[in-house]
Structure formats: structure tokens, C-alpha cells
Design a protein around this ligand. Structure first.
Ligand code: 13P
Length: 253
């Protein structure tokens, strides 16, 4: 059985006080209301991590995540944060390759491959993002494009290391636009990705890889998305900033 994961990507939002309030509300609601073993991940900005860690405490099934990391282990890289630092404050998951980082910070497939290696070498779990632009979808080239992103940044991994990866499919045209992929579009891409993984690493590893959907997911559309056989959870942006919405999405399985 692959894991069901709902990760909240706060992006660059929330002061420390706002983050404390949000985290406390989520921790309380998850404790009182989430009865299955769906994993919740809070991917906060760096400055929130230690506070969020303390508020999460030993809550079952809630984990801490970061939104990025350096490809370097340590050294003279002003302004950067290493995976070792993230690990030392209790981070378990690291989002890599978000389309906003690819677009605004020019993160290439090769750079992301190096970041994936860093994250895995420290024993943390990458949440590796992929997804096509509207232009690519309109040309009906989305499957080639997204599978190529996976090949370029992940297919150098050993079978053992690949089995530790979580994938998030986030069509760029659906991020923050209110325009969600239909459940059929999500299922079709997730199935193609799983088949692509099976071609390289075998069916068992493919069947055990959690593939999350991201892009305008909310409580009203999450149940239908999560009901798809190849959709194993979500990477949630806007709706992860509202405790009620985020927890309702976690409860959508
Ligand atoms: P929205 O849920 O706000 O569309 O953002 C999705 C996303 O980019 C999560 O990483």
C-alpha cells in the first residue's frame, strides 16, 4: 500500500505569529478529526521550522517539510540552507523542483538532480515536482514533457534511492489560478508517470511510489481527485493557509 500524503506548501506566506496560529489549529484538528493514517506535511518557510516543529511535537502523522534546499553540503554559499541544517531542525520532507523555483530561480533539471542527491544523502524525503505549462498542454505534449522532467532529474538514482521519492504532479496552468485539472486529467497523467517509472524501476517500485496532485486543490474537489486510483494525495498551496480547508482536504480520502 502506498502512502497517502497531503502536504501544505505555504510558499512565502505568514509571519511567525500567523504561522504559529495556523500550525496549532492544524495540529489540534488533525488530532481530533483525522482517523486514518494519511500523512500531513507542513512545508513552511525556513524561519517557521523550529516553531512548527515544537507545536507539532509528537503528533502522529504530521511531519515538517521545507520548500527548497541547497545542492551543496556546506560552505561559502551566502543565503543558502543545507539539507543537514534542515535535518537538524526536524525536517523530514523537502519540496524540490516546484515550478515557481524552476521559473523564477532558473532551476534546471540537472540542478534538481543534484538537490535530490543531497536530500537523499541526508535521509530526508524529496517531494519532487513536475508539471507542464498551458502552452505545452495546448500542443498536447504534456506527457512527453513531464516524463522527461522525471527522467532528467530522477532516473540516475538507484532502485533503492528512487523508492524513497515522492512525486507531485502540478500542472502550471492550475497553480493559484482556481483552474483545477479534472480528475480524469490528473488520473491520466499520474497513470502515465507510474507506467514511466515501471519501465525504469519495475512495477513494484512504481506501485509503491506516492504521486500527489497539486494545483487549485480544495475541499470541494479533493474527494474526487483522491478517489482516482493513481492519485495518492495532494500538494496544496492556497488552501493550506486555512486550517479548516487544509484539514478537510486531509480528510478527503
Ligand atoms: P495552489 O493550491 O494555490 O494552486 O498551489 C499549488 C502549489 O503550487 C502547491 O505547491
Amino acid at each position: 500500500m502506498r502512502k497517502h500524503i497531503v502536504a501544505g506548501n505555504w510558499k512565502m506566506n505568514n509571519t511567525l505569529e500567523e504561522g504559529k496560529k495556523l500550525t496549532s489549529e492544524i495540529v489540534n484538528m488533525v488530532r481530533d478529526e483525522v482517523m486514518d493514517d494519511t500523512i500531513a506535511v507542513l512545508c513552511t518557510p525556513y524561519v517557521h521550522l523550529t516553531t512548527a516543529r515544537d507545536l507539532i511535537g509528537d503528533a502522529a502523522n504530521i511531519f515538517l517539510g521545507a520548500q527548497n534546499c541547497s545542492q551543496h553540503e556546506s560552505g561559502a554559499y551566502t543565503g543558502e540552507i543545507s539539507v543537514g541544517m534542515l535535518s537538524s531542525v526536524g525536517v523530514s520532507y523537502v519540496i524540490l523542483g516546484h515550478s515557481e523555483r524552476r521559473e523564477y530561480f532558473a532551476e534546471s533539471d540537472d540542478l534538481l538532480a543534484a538537490k535530490v542527491d543531497q536530500v537523499l544523502s541526508t535521509g530526508l524525503t524529496p517531494i519532487f515536482c513536475c508539471g507542464e505549462s498551458l502552452e505545452i498542454r495546448e500542443k498536447d505534449e504534456q506527457y512527453e514533457f513531464v516524463t522527461q522532467q522525471i527522467t532528467n532529474s530522477l532516473f540516475h538514482l538507484s532502485q533503492e534511492n528512487f523508492s524513497k521519492i515522492v512525486i507531485a504532479y502540478e500542472p502550471i496552468w492550475a497553480i493559484g489560478t482556481g483552474k483545477t485539472a479534472t480528475s480524469d486529467q490528473a488520473q491520466e497523467m499520474h497513470h502515465k508517470l507510474r507506467t514511466h517509472i515501471a519501465g525504469k524501476y519495475g512495477q513494484q517500485i512504481a506501485d509503491e511510489t506516492s504521486i500527489l496532485y497539486g494545483g487549485s486543490a480544495k475541499p470541494s474537489n479533493a474527494p474526487e481527485l483522491f478517489a482516482q486510483p493513481d492519485v495518492d494525495g495532494g500538494l496544496i498551496g492556497g488552501a493550506s493557509l486555512k486550517s479548516r480547508d487544509f484539514v478537510d482536504i486531509i480528510k478527503s480520502f
